[in-house]
Design a binder for this molecule. Structure first.
Ligand code: MG
Length: 259
């Protein structure tokens, strides 16, 4: 049994840790504890709950209203791990500047960033969006179609990225990737980037934008980018989606190798 005097001695340390890491505790509470409790209570996944909300709040065929409904879902109801509006504006700006015709998305999750990209692309462009989780892919497909984007504009592929990337040319007819958005498992960033480098699908000037390179973080990916000499690159500093206190960043890479 710990004596009250010893417990009191540790109180300042405990308070200091709580204050210093309050945003991380809040994230753990919202993203893990609340999620588990609501999963058990509703019998639905977080993504299914979000989809039900979006069905009631968003206007079919209006991508902006779907993005706004996702933001409302977070601010009024429950945490969800999507790109969010602040980092989303960085993505919007880069797409506007580059007007890519062929886009690869690694990690559709529930379709927020897919819709965000699709609404910003020029006519005739195409997104190949990969999601390996069948449950999330089902939600993503519904969200993307609800936003008004058909299979010609957004093709959702439910397979692991390391299986699909080598087949993009032979099975999907992709010749060049103008823009790649990475937002899947962080441990896959580096091997998938190396697969892309070896695929011949990156041309000089192709852009890769990778989310969450600082939190949860992708140090091996950043080390490879730095050492390979294949890219002009920078990190856009931004807080983690919907957080004011957890520092994160998006890595913007421009491929310099000759295809
Ligand atoms: Mg992300």
């Amino acid at each position: 049994m710990v004596s009250p005097a010893i417990a009191l001695a540790f109180l300042p340390l405990l308070l200091t840790l709580l204050i210093r890491y309050r945003y991380y505790f809040a994230l753990f509470y919202q993203a893990v504890l609340v999620r588990i409790w609501r999963d058990c209570r509703t019998g639905l996944s977080r993504e299914e709950r979000a989809f039900q909300y979006i069905l009631t709040e968003a206007t079919p065929g209006d991508p902006e209203s779907i993005l706004n409904a996702f933001d409302d879902w977070y601010s009024k109801v429950e945490y969800i791990s999507i790109l969010g509006p602040k980092k989303g504006k960085i993505l919007d700006r880069l797409l506007l500047e580059r007007s890519p015709m062929t886009v690869l998305e690694l990690g559709a999750h529930c379709g927020y960033s897919t819709v965000r990209m699709a609404r910003a692309l020029p006519p005739g462009s195409k997104i190949y969006s990969l999601e390996m989780d069948q449950g999330n892919a089902t939600i993503a497909e519904k969200i993307i179609r609800l936003a008004g984007f058909d299979d010609d504009m957004v093709e959702l592929i439910v397979k692991p990225s390391d299986e699909v990337i080598p087949q993009l040319r032979s099975d999907y007819g992709v010749q060049t990737l103008d823009f790649v958005f990475m937002d899947h498992w962080k441990k896959c960033y580096k091997p998938d980037l190396q697969l892309l480098e070896g695929s011949g699908l990156l041309g000089k000037g192709s852009m890769i934008l990778a989310d969450n390179v600082l939190f949860p973080g992708a140090p091996n990916f950043l080390r490879h980018v730095r050492r390979s000499g294949l890219y002009e690159w920078r990190v856009h500093r931004a807080c983690l989606e919907y957080s004011r206190g957890i520092r994160d960043g998006m890595a913007e890479l421009i491929y310099q190798g000759v295809k």
